[in-house]
Write a protein that binds this ligand. Structure first.
Ligand code: PGA
Length: 265
């Protein structure tokens, strides 16, 4: 069975001084059920300003640290960007790339996102690579074409062989992000199954079976279980509901339940 992943994307929220209370409360909640750390990877991705503090707070916990983006190269004249080498030095294990806010608000294109991924891998950061369609794409029946074209960017030869072993994919329908509107479990599964087929076709069955594909977009404790019950959904990328440690812990607990039930019986 693929190990579940639950990632908190804080985006540009919270003060640095709020991090300690959050981490303590989350750790406390997760420690109440030892199946959580045994069966899933929990990632916390605060903004870059918080990384050093959060890295220290996470210390010996089992929660892994993620960044929300990284530069296209190790170092250089790129004002406002964050060096993947420095992110690794701060204790980051992961970096989120191609998030819809990066693609659509900050106009990052596929080539730039892949350059970031290449730089991330060079500095041993694992990548959460996000894909997702706009509402207009879905309405015009273009969902799978959009996903396919965002995935195809990974195949341009920039990335080293075996790169998918260091990747998690995330399907995040743009219309469901921060809107309160969630894809139904069936809608999520349909796209996740498409992504898995794409992986089989473009890589091989083993790679496809191994690769974790997360869902993101208005995930909350109330819908986590039904989405995670789908067979091709391996985890959740959580924005708004990750800002409160008790709510995020609820997402993890409820989301893991169907996977644990499946593996035990
Ligand atoms: P949301 O954000 O949970 O607030 O919809 C998800 C994301 O952007 O990763």
């Amino acid at each position: 069975m693929r190990r579940s992943v639950f990632a908190a994307n804080w985006k540009m929220n919270k003060r640095v001084s709020e991090a300690a209370a959050f981490v303590n409360a989350l750790e406390h909640e997760l420690a109440l059920d030892d199946r959580i750390h045994r069966n899933s990877t929990v990632i916390l991705a605060p903004s870059a300003t918080h990384l050093e503090t959060v890295s220290r707070l996470l210390g010996e916990t089992n929660i892994e640290l993620g960044a929300q983006n990284c530069g296209t190269t190790r170092f250089g004249a790129f004002t406002g960007e964050n060096s993947p080498a420095a992110l690794h030095e701060l204790g980051c294990h992961w970096v989120i790339l191609g998030h819809s806010e990066r693609r659509h608000v900050f106009k990052e294109d596929d080539a730039q996102i892949v350059a970031r991924a290449k730089a991330a891998l060079q500095d041993k950061l694992k990548v959460i690579y996000c894909v997702g369609e706009l509402l207009q794409d879905r309405k015009s029946g273009q969902t799978t074409q959009v996903i396919e074209s965002q995935l195809s960017a990974l195949k341009t030869g920039e990335l080293p062989a075996g790169f998918l072993d260091h990747f998690v994919l995330a399907y995040e329908p743009v219309w469901a992000i921060g809107t309160g509107e969630t894809a139904t479990a069936a809608q999520a599964q349909e796209v996740h199954a498409f992504i898995r087929q794409w992986l089989t076709k473009n890589f091989d069955v083993q790679t496809s079976e191994r690769c974790r594909v997360l869902y993101g977009g208005s995930v909350k404790p109330e819908n986590a279980a039904s989405i995670m019950a789908e067979k091709d959904v391996d985890g959740l990328l959580v924005g708004t509901a990750s800002l409160d440690p008790l709510v995020f812990a609820g997402v993890i607990r409820n989301g893991l339940k169907p996977k644990l039930e499946r593996s035990s019986g």
